[in-house]
Design a protein around this ligand. Structure first.
Ligand SMILES: Cc1ncc(COP(=O)(O)O)c(C=O)c1O
Length: 454
């Protein structure tokens, strides 16, 4: 069974002949922007943490659909739930026709989401970017303010507003004009804090920078919300330190600003909690609004926005919702994914796998000068590559080589970070111990080879 197999490459190289034919057809049919050759993988089927390509090569997937496949590929109960729903109806448009899947999923998320407040409400969109757009919309509706604070290293999507919120400007090249009243503060990236600072001093330094915005960019009374990823994803898998979050929560409370947690990538059991904001809530710093997506639907597109009733009910009729939002197939999938994650303690699995992976990656850090930092939360881990530990210069070239070497041995890896010098660890949480061990072995072999490649 593919679900229990180990990586096996049977073609001379990846991509194999069938993949080459498909990729050529792709290049002819699709915009160039979608036709990179960094990941020349063409899927035939997926099961658990494993993917078989169109040439019969079997890969272990450490990318997990970039956070979508926390329960893995093709879990039979989820497939069945979607099939059963498909036999009844595909679509109804919730703004006109109610369906039970939508209501049930919202009700369950209201009980699960660690937002500030006792009575929560939820509505659905289709993607992570849409969830973030809607979170911003409801923050503006509730506060009557127009300013939004976002952070360096942030990624919030590819729509016009979320491109503006996203830090990496190569994602937005030539796409302006963008919405106004967006202000960017420095994210507390402790690895890059000023030299010699203790963690406490570094956090004070970043908070000081944030507060400067209120003097130099916009008064706090103009700001509707701050949007923060509990663990930055595209920015390099960097967790927001809890002491910083607590201070940000206080700034928000003191100034009537809402705190939005973007849990698009880190949510749905990846972080060792069902939602990473549980860590915030335990520290007395629950966010006002949570936006999530990716593993919520296990691969069927759906995203969710949750906040307390008084925020949600301040939103004018007609301003939220959309044709496909809360689609019945997606709700059926999401409900079954949630059953499985709760029954099989996927948050606990993330913690366990994360511990093993941290031991392995930290071992690499001890052994190799180029492994500069290992950080993250639960099973959302980033391994940062540098030229030298002392100077911390980004080493994206080495990361590219590691990715290519691993691919040829049947391990799928993806980069992250502003300079592409972080390898992200997003393995499906149903991975077996044997697969995980094999993945680590390939990872190190790929690294050793990359170091000696000219
Ligand atoms: C934290 C975060 N927010 C938003 C998004 C955008 O999600 P989508 O690609 O579904 O629009 C992503 C995607 O990677 C993300 O990681």
């Amino acid at each position: 069974m593919l679900r229990n197999s180990l990586p096996t490459i049977i073609t001379d190289k990846v991509p194999g002949p069938n993949a080459c034919v498909l990729l050529k057809k792709r290049d002819n049919a699709l915009p160039k922007a979608l036709c990179g050759y960094t990941y020349p993988i063409c899927i035939k089927r997926g099961e658990g943490a494993m993917l078989e390509d169109v040439d019969g090569n079997i890969f272990l997937d450490f990318i997990g659909g970039v956070g979508v496949l926390n329960i893995g590929y093709s879990r039979p109960e989820v497939v069945k739930a979607v099939q059963d729903q498909a036999e009844k109806y595909f679509h109804c448009i919730f703004n006109v026709v109610a369906h039970s899947g939508y209501i049930e999923l919202a009700d369950r998320l209201n009980k699960l989401m660690p937002c500030k407040g006792d009575k929560l409400k939820t509505f659905f969109a289709n993607s992570g970017a849409e969830a973030d757009e809607n979170a911003v919309k409801i923050a503006k509706a509730y506060t009557g303010r127009k300013g939004i604070i976002c952070f360096s290293g942030a990624f919030h999507g590819r729509t016009n507003l979320t491109m503006a919120l996203t830090a990496k400007k190569s994602y937005a090249k030539g796409m302006g004009p963008f919405p106004s009243d967006i202000y960017r503060a420095e994210f507390p990236y402790l690895y890059h804090a000023p030299k010699g600072y203790s963690e406490q001093e570094a956090i004070a330094y970043y908070l000081d920078k944030l507060n400067t915005l209120f003097d130099e960019a916009a008064p706090a009374s103009d700001i509707a919300a701050m949007i923060v990823e509990p663990v930055q994803g595209e920015g390099g898998f960097v967790p927001a330190p809890i002491e910083w979050v607590k201070a940000v929560r206080k700034i928000c409370d003191d100034n009537g600003i809402l705190l939005i947690a973007d849990e698009v990538q880190c949510g749905n059991c990846r972080s060792g909690r069902y939602y990473a904001s549980e860590y915030w809530k335990e520290a007395g710093a629950a966010p006002d609004i949570i936006a999530t997506a990716k593993s919520l639907g296990g691969g069927v597109p759906i995203s969710a926005i949750t906040a307390r009733e008084e925020i949600m009910d301040s939103v004018p009729v007609g301003t939220i919702g959309g044709t496909y939002c809360g689609n019945p197939l997606a709700c059926a999938s999401a409900l079954k994914v949630m059953d499985i994650m709760l029954e099989e303690d996927y948050a606990g699995k993330a913690e366990e796998i994360g511990k093993k992976a941290t031991i392995f990656f930290s071992g690499l850090k001890e052994k190799y000068e180029e492994v500069g930092d290992v950080r993250g939360l639960g099973s959302m881990l980033g391994v940062k590559f540098v030229k030298t530990k002392a100077e911390k210069e980004p080493n994206g070239e080495l990361v590219s080589k590691v990715i290519q070497n691993a691919l040829q041995m049947g391990l799928m890896l993806e980069n992250a970070g502003t300079h592409g010098n972080v390898i992200r660890f997003l393995v499906p949480l149903c991975v077996t111990d044997e697969q995980l061990e094999k993945g680590f072995e390939i990872f190190e072999t790929a690294l050793v080879k990359a170091k000696s490649d000219k």
